[in-house]
Design a protein around this ligand. Structure first.
Ligand code: CUA
Length: 343
């Protein structure tokens, strides 16, 4: 679900979900929901803190009144009815109307003020990235006024620090939700529709993102790594990603490329500069430069990569990547060496 767009309508349910995600994020040490540094994320964090403190105060007040009522209880008599005396009416008026009106009014005013201050979509973006949701990975296609040529990558979003980035969110299958808590709120990726989200990272570093709308068996492992870089570093990264694949530098990697292009890998994956032009799975032209595999599920190391190739189902059951078990040891080694070399 998407609190940024829907919280006001869902009320307590969305707040409960926010609290649950906060607790989950704190428990598993994922990204800092309350320590957001990006434009938008920090304001949402202040709103969350405000709601949490207010809810704690209301909860404490209600519990104190409840304890007081329990302690001064008297036996119920047969002729006990609704207390319509003056003190009883006062309780109903203050506890049932005035207090809720004050609390809800405060939430409405503070919520609208904070939401109204989130970055306007009018800010001219320097980079535009089309983010396409798939079960269960993120396709990233870069375009933009200052960038020529298209870069296609997956699961690792690079951003220049201090510059507004426009994300155009859509999906090819079911509804997903884009959420990088350190940078901004959630926004859905909907098949046949495009949502517009702006991100501005204020500090360089790595942020983790997570699909935030249940989208099937591996929803929980639909993660994203965001790398915010100084603009010069981003331009260097961009230049590298624009290139076709680096030709294999030794005989092992050369053998690996032959296996990749002539085998089943090429049916789903693209490596630009080779005959592998599959369109249904992540573009692997620069897979060796990415830190993680399987949508931020496992580190991109030779061991994990070999495990992913032979039995991705063991890591992400239900993932579209079938087990590739017919390569022998040396062939698998060649394939891994080739892919690791695609920097
Ligand atoms: Cu994609 Cu949940």
């Amino acid at each position: 679900m998407s609190p940024t767009r829907r919280a006001d309508r869902r009320g307590p349910l969305a707040q409960g979900a926010w609290l649950a995600s906060l607790v989950a994020a704190a428990a598993c040490g994922r990204d800092e929901v309350l320590g957001a540094t990006g434009g938008g994320g920090d304001r949402i964090a202040s709103l969350g803190t405000f709601l949490l403190v207010l809810a704690a105060i209301v909860f404490t007040g209600v519990m104190l009144v409840l304890a007081w009522a329990v302690l001064r209880r008297r036996p119920v008599r047969r002729d006990d009815g609704v207390d319509l005396s003056e003190p009883g009416t006062r309780w109903v008026l203050w506890g049932g109307a005035v207090m809720p009106a004050v609390v809800l009014g405060a939430i409405a005013v503070v919520g609208m003020a904070i939401m109204g201050a989130t970055p306007a979509p009018r800010a001219a973006p320097v980079v535009t990235v089309e983010v396409i949701g798939h079960q269960w990975w993120w396709e990233l296609r870069y375009t933009g006024p200052t960038l020529r040529g298209d870069v296609v990558t997956a699961n690792e979003l690079h951003l220049p620090v201090g510059q507004p980035v426009r994300l155009l969110l859509t999906s090819t299958d079911v509804i997903h939700s884009f959420w990088v808590p350190g940078l901004n709120g959630k926004l859905d990726l909907i098949p046949g529709d495009t949502n517009d989200l702006r991100l501005t990272a204020r500090e360089p570093g790595r942020y983790t993102g997570q699909c935030a709308e249940y989208c099937g068996a591996q929803h929980a492992k639909m993660g994203l790594l965001v790398v915010a870089q100084a603009p010069a570093d981003f331009q260097r990264w961009w230049g590298e990603q624009l290139q076709p694949r680096q030709p294999p530098h030794d005989s092992l990697a050369l053998a690996g490329e032959r296996l990749f292009v002539e085998g089943p890998c090429a049916m789903c994956h693209t490596v630009r500069g080779t005959g592998a032009q599959g369109q249904v799975a992540p573009d692997l032209t620069h897979i060796g430069s990415r830190a993680m595999l399987g949508a931020n599920a496992i580190p991109n190391s030779p061991g994990y990569l070999a495990g992913w190739i032979t039995n991705a189902q063991g890591i992400k059951p239900g993932v579209r990547m079938p087990p590739i078990t017919f390569y022998d040891g040396p062939e698998l080694q060649a394939l891994v060496a080739y892919l690791q070399g695609l920097k």
